[in-house]
Write a protein that binds this ligand. Structure first.
Ligand SMILES: C[S@@+](CC[C@H](N)C(=O)[O-])C[C@H]1O[C@@H](n2cnc3c(N)ncnc32)[C@H](O)[C@@H]1O
Length: 219
């Protein structure tokens, strides 16, 4: 469990982002959704795409970006991974910490923090073998997205896997098309697998992507 006080973190977020209306709006929207229990993504079920990758990979260190209430952090820890999760909504992190309370200290940790400021979270434990983003990155402010891609690259070990689920954009909501994913992440990763489909909870056109950070070339 992280010792980071949840309420202080929320206050920090607001203070640091007054100049960024988009970020503030997204934060307010997500915080309200959790407060109102309008969270259809919070199914308590780990997606089969994550189940498959966890069955294939040797256990290691994993990071879940936008972890919500910690369902997938808990799944990873149950399967022997040392797992960290990050979300900026205090209520989500409070619930995640409840779900993770039974694991040994350090095996499954939930941080209340903004994923666009990962380099400020000194408690992170890179290099990670697996990074997961299920529905978080696609709604980040546009100007933060290139930096987000680079930090994920920097946090992963060479050969590490990045599993990404993102909605496609619509008139009402932001999102990433497969071209957006290639443009943002292509400079850092090989996209080894992708499935374009409809989100099973919302019906929105979506994509799952498996990206691999190229191994270092020796010699
Ligand atoms: C669609 S939900 C998915 C939650 C979780 N991955 C799941 O599958 O249950 C997106 C999550 O990303 C979080 N999020 C969005 N922007 C964020 C940011 N800048 N920093 C941290 N978390 C963020 C939201 O609070 C929300 O919990």
């Amino acid at each position: 469990m992280s010792d980071e006080p949840i309420d202080d973190r929320a206050a920090d977020h607001t203070a640091d982002h007054t100049a960024d209306d988009h970020a503030d709006n997204r934060y307010a929207m997500f915080a309200q959704r959790y407060a109102d229990e309008q969270i259809p993504w919070d199914t308590g079920i780990t997606p089969p795409e994550i189940v498959t990758v966890v069955a294939e990979l040797p256990t290691g260190r994993a990071l879940d970006l936008g972890c919500g209430t910690g369902t997938n952090v808990r799944f990873l820890a149950q399967h022997g991974w040392q797992a960290d999760g990050i979300d900026f909504v205090p209520l989500a992190i409070e619930r995640a910490r409840q779900k993770l309370a039974d694991f040994p200290p350090g095996q499954a940790v939930a941080y209340c923090h903004d994923v666009t400021r990962l380099s400020e979270l000194a408690a992170l434990r890179p290099p990670y073998d697996l990074v997961v983003d299920i529905g978080c990155g696609h709604s980040l402010p546009l100007q933060t997205q290139p930096g987000y891609a680079q930090v994920i690259h920097d946090l992963l070990r060479p050969g590490g896997v990045f599993m990404l689920f993102s909605h496609q954009p619509s008139e009402e909501r932001p999102g990433w098309t497969p071209d957006d994913v290639r443009r943002l992440f292509g400079p850092y990763f090989n996209i080894v697998w992708q499935v374009i489909n409809d989100d099973t909870t919302t019906g929105r056109p979506s994509g799952w992507y498996r990206l691999v950070k190229p191994a270092e070339i020796s010699g």
